[in-house]
Design a protein around this ligand. Structure first.
Ligand SMILES: NC(=O)c1ccc[n+]([C@@H]2O[C@H](COP(=O)([O-])OP(=O)(O)OC[C@H]3O[C@@H](n4cnc5c(N)ncnc54)[C@H](OP(=O)(O)O)[C@@H]3O)[C@@H](O)[C@H]2O)c1
Length: 243
């Protein structure tokens, strides 16, 4: 029996992104990679608002490789407030992606590390957001994108359409729990790169609903591959929404 060649997950992701421009032209939105780390019990953090380092150094380097491979990277305001991330590329060589923050009430803080980056963050908010906060953030170097909103939250399909119109071909979504849930519930994910760290946390569950259970099908990942990086298991797959 022929031995199947093991292709590193980063190479597989880069290969998938070769068609990202065509994907954007076809759909009007960027190709979306959802990437995060969880514990064995599906926790993304100890509790909301608290950072927890889950990935080992090799999986962290993969995350930076993924960042360098995407045109933009997106997190929710909860992650900015909890982790104060830079979202840039430091552990490998490569370009920084455009940071995008989903923040319907403009809670983005003036001390955020994202304001110290080479690329100024794009903050997506709603029409009802406070005008003074908006001006202060723009004066601090952020770009604020005002969208109509959906039930008080940022309308993700609308935001992605806007990113598509900015010629952003690929978007990496890094978290946190509510953003991951919203992207999955809206079926806006084209591939998943999941790091599973070998510990039990019993903390903030990463996916907490995927729509009404009567209509729901359980999306399954297809074209699966696995890679061990240090003590972590990294998995890549493509959601089959009708699974
Ligand atoms: N392990 C990992 O890989 C990883 C990665 C990232 C983060 N984290 C952890 O995750 C935690 C943060 O997660 P979180 O769930 O609290 O916050 P989050 O997902 O980062 O941000 C959620 C917030 O974004 C805003 N938002 C606006 N539109 C939204 C939409 N359509 N869908 C979802 N959210 C929308 C809402 O705040 P407004 O109503 O104010 O707009 C919402 O509360 C932290 O503890 C962080 O350390 C872990």
């Amino acid at each position: 029996m022929p031995v199947k060649k093991v292709i590193p997950i980063l190479d597989q992701v880069r290969e998938s992104l070769r068609s990202a421009a065509a994907h954007r032209r076809r759909t009007g939105r960027p190709f979306v990679t959802l990437s995060y780390a969880q514990s064995l019990d599906g926790s993304i953090a100890d509790r909301p608002g608290r950072p927890l380092a889950l990935s080992g150094p090799q999986a962290m380097a993969l995350t930076h490789g993924l960042r360098a491979s995407h045109a933009a990277i997106l997190v929710g305001i909860g992650t900015v407030l909890a982790d104060n991330p830079r979202l840039n590329v430091r552990l490998v060589e490569g370009p920084d992606p455009q940071p995008v923050v989903v923040d319907s009430r403009l809670r983005f803080p003036p001390y955020a590390n994202l304001l110290k980056n080479s690329r100024s963050p794009l903050i997506a908010t709603n029409t009802g957001a406070d005008a003074e906060r908006r001006q202060a953030l723009e004066a601090a170097g952020a770009r604020v994108l005002v969208l109509p909103g959906n039930n008080g939250w940022v309308d993700l399909p609308d935001l992605l359409k806007h990113l598509g119109s900015m010629s952003i071909n690929s978007l990496m979504v890094e978290g946190g729990a509510q953003i991951i849930t919203s992207f999955l519930a809206s079926r806006l994910v084209d591939q998943v790169v999941l790091t599973i760290a070998p510990l039990l946390v019993g903390g903030l569950r990463v996916v907490n609903h995927l729509g009404p259970s009567s209509r729901r099908r359980f999306p399954r990942l297809t074209h699966l591959s696995y890679q061990q990086l240090g003590d972590d298991l990294v998995l890549r797959g493509e959601p089959d929404w009708d699974g």
